[in-house]
Design a protein around this ligand. Sequence first.
Ligand code: GLA
Ligand code: ZN
Length: 675
Amino acid sequence: MSGAPGTPKIPYGGDYNPEQWPEEVWSADHRLFTQAGIDTLTVGVFAWSLLQPAPDTYDFTFLDRILDRAAAEARRVVLGTGTAALPPWLAKAHPEVNRTDFEGRRHGYGQRHNFCPSSPAYRRLSTALAGRLAQRYADHPALLAWHVNNEYGGACYCELCAEAFREWLRARHGTLDALNDAWWTTFWSHRYTDWAEIEPPSALTEHWRGPDHTAFQGITLDYQRFMTDALLGCFVAEKEAIRAHSRDTPVTTNFMGLYRPLDYHRWAPHLDFASWDSYPPLDAPPSWPALAHDLMRGLKDGAPFWLMEQTPSTTACRDVNPLRRPGESRLASWQAVAHGADAVLYFQMRASRGACEKYHGAVIGHAGRHDTRVFHEVALLGSELERLGNVTLGARTPARTALLFDWDSWWALEISDGPSRLMKYIDVVHGYYRAARVAGADVDVVPVTADLSAYDVVLAPVLHLVKGDVAERLEAVAARGGTVLTTFLSGRGDEHDRAFLTDVPGPLGRLTGVRVDEWDSRPPEVTNPVDLDGQEVASRLVFEIVVPQGAELVGAYTSDFYAGTPAITRNRFGDRGGEGWYVATHLDDAGTDRVVRRVLDRHGLVGPYAEHTDVETSTRVTPDGTHLLFLLNHAATDAQLTAHTAATDLLSGQHHEKGEPLTLDPLGVAVLRIG
Ligand code: GLA
Ligand code: ZN
């Protein structure tokens, strides 16, 4: 079984916790769901303590009623396995299910998302619950998908995890000699002579000043990989327990998009479909959730994913929780669909009465009203999705631009001492992604192992670690006439974060035609203007000094002792017009935009509406070959466009001939069927 569940339209709804309410309230809820076009409910996500009130007692009566009621109302259910928040008795009976934190403190019972992934008791009881749920509900008519656990994350540093880490290391490195070599342990007298000597890297061992400051990058990198795999093991075990009874219903777990602690690429093969919860940072531009959507789409080779959660109005967990303005939630929903989402779901259907999420936005508030702005907007989108029907389901994005995304590089860059603690992986990656998107290019955000043969342009910003054959595959892109762009702090380390014993940028040197012997790093207020075709753009934080080895200068530093030397270069590669670009410093948005646009332009990839910087475009091609172009106006004012081709807007029904005016309302959306 692979792929998202088959549905007649985009599933619409979200997290629903009727177990918090008497059944009269359920009736009111379902009436409102019908009014709002809500057909899909995620249930049971935090129901463990009700489902299993004692070690030997299971009680499914309330869940039976929730599912039966949903079925009677013709709604489908995404069924949680409920294993993300422990029941109190479990923590009492098996204190080792509680995590030991980075500072070495064993936690007591409380909160959620905090079970030790190596705890045998947790494994046994979580899989038992998942298995029983699957046995009971596999054939329930309401069942649409399985939702294992919730937002896996964090890390544990307990003795059980230490032991599991040692086992993981044996499997990865084979011998202590290999491990000592990979971690470069002769530095600071760390040569291990027994696996038992190895400790998890924490505040009590290799770290100071927190999780990013480690004496041994190799150890910390391996722990992050291990923790990713340990939590993945919990997911896989629950999935297997489900599969023993429920053979065909797709299984997922809700990811968190741009989430550093877990390498989702390691998880991707184990999911039937990807899903994620979108809560962008407060002042994030639209390209931020877009990057996360495209990363999620890239998890399963471009197959559609689900938007499993977003708030209809406001979050609660932040210091400041602004409301989504009128139209913003609709626009964010269409943006998800534009990027490949085949479901639009909210957290949450009805606001919790107590505890820390009582102020979190919900489709239905405490008063149960239907005449609120939020309910009205939710219902409006519900009716639009109903009208749209199945058109977008299964549609894929035919991107010719790829952006390499690599958790190992993210981790290695941010746990490094030098050259600059201020250089953040996502800031650079997002900068290049944003530039490509505002130029109107569809972008696949893919792992370094992805097949690159379909792309004309491959962006590989801060590809800090170069692993496997990625350098050869990037060369192959340029050899067949494509363009590869990489940046400063790329090609620095191998998979263990050991420096290459060659010129920087290591295995990327041939493609880029440059050599870097020295690099400078300055505080954020220092800029070094880069002269790019006679115009200056700013650069900050890291300044590599490039010695061209065949590459030609595109832009030069203008100050300091390296003034006049290249900050941006391009290198002809092969005999088909391919190029390898190198950007040696952290350019501002204007600079990144200009560089990326030049690269895209070489391949005719600048979009038809690229001059409208507030209008985002995104393409999906349906299984029957219909081209859909989504237009998303992120401005609070109208966008006056001119149709670039004949097209019909599936939302308004309006047809536009090529060259005719096409107006988007403030925060407006069009789903153009081309032709
Ligand atoms: C996460 C969780 C939900 C809820 C929301 C609130 O996404 O999965 O259970 O806590 O955050 O924003
Ligand atoms: Zn542990």
